[in-house]
Design a protein around this ligand. Structure first.
Ligand code: SAH
Length: 401
């Protein structure tokens, strides 16, 4: 059996059930494992620690999938883990047409596999050599467990490149999803409005078609939108605006650099029976906010939900400046007593550092800012205690004096 033996003293994270083994921690490799093969992980003295999947190209050499010696990583294991992940979401799926993340990679003990359900269709990301090699097993298990109409692949090209895998998108099984689907996101009890049906573009849209991670936050942020002039920056398909409109915002201004995103947002907001004043702006948020500042425009609720700015550690300083820049601009555009909902989805930027960046922006803007709520991803994106890296989305709802 192929195995990797760790260097002396490098076993601690694995003993604490952290699932990653980097190449630098490996002292020796026996029976050279193939790309995506199952591999045993041993400590420096040769004692068995865990079992995982090998990557022949990534610095992240082994992703551990079991710490039980008698658990084989075979198709029964895959089906079992998927069934557990799906079962855990059952309380969140209240409508037949729900959109929900069913499997969240390491956080669900399925390293490299993401499965999103959009009504009767599934969208998968196969992000490691191991999962790409097991596509048929994954499809088989999903067909059996979920009985979908179709399974579509939208694997993230950037992550696959690190694994030496080509970018891949396309139909894996069954019927191609229609161009647009109308779905209800998951909702937590007690949040303000009934989840509205959202239009989702599974094949052409960003990511797996929709940003499921913000499902609950949209309802939370909308609680601050009644009668407000709302500015939705990086709006994509207008999810935040849609909830704000349902909560009787006075006006909506949506900014995104992608015309296709604004077209989706338009279609989403067309579902509102009595829409507020709506303005769509195709442009770069960094520039548009500067223009608004020069025009002395004011808003009562500003949402900042930018894409990931930090892709690797070397970019973190530049990214911090970018986060500070937009937060400063937003604080300058807020009317007294206004609210700022500010997010970062950069996993490499900690919540602590993000808070410090917003602090820096507040000092420069000479505004007094209170954090009213701290937000993370929706409960279909669980955070495994032994895998804090899985927690990437953080946000604050702030009140500005
Ligand atoms: N708020 C959205 C998700 C935002 S994803 C939701 O609730 O679903 C980030 C969005 O920012 C994408 O739609 C992308 O097209 C857009 N974007 C990226 N860089 C931008 C920039 N500099 N200015 C404006 N939009 C940008």
């Amino acid at each position: 059996m192929a195995s990797v033996t760790l260097k002396p003293g490098r076993e601690r994270p694995l003993q604490q059930y952290h699932p990653w083994v980097f190449s630098g921690a490996i002292g020796a490799t026996r029976d050279q494992p193939g790309a995506g093969a199952v591999v045993e992980v041993l400590d420096a003295a040769g004692a068995w620690l865990a079992r995982g999947f090998y990557s022949s190209t990534s610095q992240l050499r082994v992703r551990v999938a079991t710490w039980q010696h008698d658990e084989a990583l075979d198709s029964a294991w895959l089906r079992r883990r998927l069934a557990q992940a799906i079962q855990a979401r059952a309380p969140l799926i209240t409508h037949a047409t729900s959109a929900c993340r069913l499997a969240f990679s390491e956080s669900d003990g399925l390293p490299g596999l993401i499965v999103d359900r959009y009504g009767s269709f599934l969208v998968v990301q196969l992000l490691t050599q191991a999962m790409a090699a097991r596509a048929h097993e994954i499809i088989g298990a999903l067909v059996e467990l979920e009985e979908p109409d179709g399974i579509y692949e939208r694997s993230d090209a950037e992550v696959r490149a690190k694994e030496g895998l080509p970018a891949h998108e396309g139909l894996l099984w069954g019927a191609t999803p229609p161009a647009q689907l109308r779905l209800r996101p998951i909702q937590l009890p007690g949040t303000c409005v009934e989840p509205p049906p959202l239009l989702v573009d599974l094949c052409g849209g960003q990511k797996t078609g929709h940003y499921l991670d913000q499902a609950v936050n949209r309802a939370r942020v909308a609680a601050y939108s009644r009668g407000a002039r709302v500015l939705d920056c990086f709006c994509y398909s207008g999810g935040f605006s849609l909830y704000a409109a349902l909560n009787r915002a006075a006006s909506l201004t949506l900014i995104d650099s992608a015309p296709a995103a604004l077209a989706l947002a338009r279609a989403n907001l067309a579902l509102i029976a009595a829409p507020p004043l709506i303005e769509y702006e195709v442009g770069n948020v960094f520039q548009v906010l500067r223009r608004y500042r020069a025009e002395h425009r004011r808003f009562d609720l500003i949402i900042l939900d930018p894409p990931k700015f930090v892709h690797n550690q070397t970019q973190s300083e530049r990214a911090a400046r970018a986060y500070k820049d937009i937060n400063l601009l937003a604080l300058q555009l807020l009317a007294p007593g206004g609210s700022l909902a500010t997010f970062s989805c950069s996993g490499l930027l900690s919540a602590d550092l993000f808070q410090k960046i917003v602090f820096g922006a507040a000092v420069d803007a000479r505004r007094e800012v209170q954090i009213i709520e701290r937000l993370g991803h929706a409960p279909d994106h669980p955070v495994r205690l032994t895998f804090p890296e899985g927690e990437y989305l953080k946000g604050f709802i702030c009140r500005v004096a």
